[in-house]
Design a protein around this ligand. Structure first.
Ligand code: SAM
Length: 218
């Protein structure tokens, strides 16, 4: 059962989580404020409520997870968001990451491959008053009808960088994507400097559920 009450205890736990994220190296105040604003326990079943402010990923059903808060903050920082940016998020999942992008002023287009999660999260975020553009389908190919995007954020682990995603980025646009095997992936940031020039930066290793689909894991 979902619970939508934000108590002093929850607020205190959220503050402590934000402090921890700062200690782990997250510097962007807008992102820290967004995490401090958004009740993460709303995204949890009430049976798991006591875990909502641990810096951990948790199951959300269908074999999928809500990302660890540090991972959400780190990926969001890498995106270098500007208010109004048109962002494609691949892997809507619980909707937590998409909601953070929305609070930061992005125009969020989020796609999910699992029908049950798509249906549940679309309904849930809308109820919270968080209006994203929701899509059901294979995000490894991007969303060609909505391209180009200022930023693309992949929240599942890919075997390679999907070509379609690079094509659907604006010049000057940024793609953040974990790439590796099914167990661990290196976080990459790819910046599209021109139609033919992509600058690639590599960061730490993470452990995501696999990006499935035509340009993901088969
Ligand atoms: N952003 C999510 C959140 O805040 O809860 C975390 C999502 S979870 C780590 C990864 C999600 O990617 C899962 O919900 C999974 O079903 C989805 N996924 C995997 N392959 C996909 C694909 N090809 N297209 C869209 N979603 C995909």
């Amino acid at each position: 059962m979902l619970q939508l009450e934000d108590t002093y205890r929850h607020k205190g736990q959220r503050k402590a989580l934000v402090k921890l994220l700062k200690q782990k190296g997250i510097q962007d105040d807008a992102i820290l404020n967004a995490i401090n604003t958004l009740p993460r326990h709303f995204f949890f079943d009430s049976a798991l409520d006591s875990h909502a402010y641990e810096d951990k990923a948790f199951p959300i059903g269908e074999g999928q997870t809500i990302s660890q808060p540090y991972t959400v903050a780190f990926q969001t920082e890498l995106l270098q968001l500007k208010p109004g940016d048109k962002v494609l998020e691949i892997g809507t999942g619980s909707g937590y990451q998409g909601a953070i992008l929305h609070i930061l002023g992005a125009d969020v287009h989020s796609i999910e491959y699992q029908k049950k999660l798509f249906t549940h999260t679309k309904k849930f975020l809308t109820k919270l008053g968080i209006h994203l553009h929701f899509y059901f389908g294979d995000g490894s190919k991007g969303i060609v009808e909505q391209a180009p995007f200022d930023k693309i954020l992949v929240t599942a682990g890919a075997p390679v960088v999907p070509n379609s995603l690079l094509k659907q980025l604006k010049i000057g646009g940024v793609l953040v994507i974990p790439v590796g095997d099914r167990v661990t992936q290196k976080m990459l940031r790819l910046t599209k400097k021109s139609a033919t020039k992509i600058v690639k930066e590599e960061f730490d290793n993470f452990a995501f559920v696999p990006l499935l689909g035509e340009e993901g894991w088969k």
